[in-house]
Write a protein that binds this ligand. Structure first.
Ligand code: ZN
Length: 101
């Protein structure tokens, strides 16, 4: 018989219980986004990911804080940020190259 060890449950429960006691109620009622990951860089944008539910939020590296709306779709956040910066659409490169000889 080859029983696989389920070591996934062997977390430091004592440590977890302390945090869970307060958070469990809120977690079950819906995520409260209290536990965000470190900022992740994607192209020219930085964002944080919620460790609880995976929702994303833009992160200002200069101010070192999250801002803007929450969304599970990073593209929506980027669109929101573009609109905020006044760059609604990524412009295709204007054809500057002219065959002027
Ligand atoms: Zn969350």
């Amino acid at each position: 018989m080859g029983e696989k060890k389920k070591s996934g449950w062997l977390w430091p429960l004592g440590l977890m219980a302390t945090g869970l006691a307060g958070a469990a109620v809120m977690v079950f009622r819906g995520c409260w986004h209290g536990k965000m990951s470190w900022p992740v860089r994607s192209h020219e944008y930085s964002y944080q990911v919620c460790m609880g539910c995976g929702i994303k939020r833009l992160f200002d590296e200069k101010a070192f804080r999250a801002y803007g709306p929450f969304s599970y779709d990073l593209n929506r956040l980027i669109e929101w940020e573009r609109a905020r910066r006044g760059q609604p659409q990524p412009q295709p490169k204007p054809s500057v190259e002219r065959s002027a000889s």
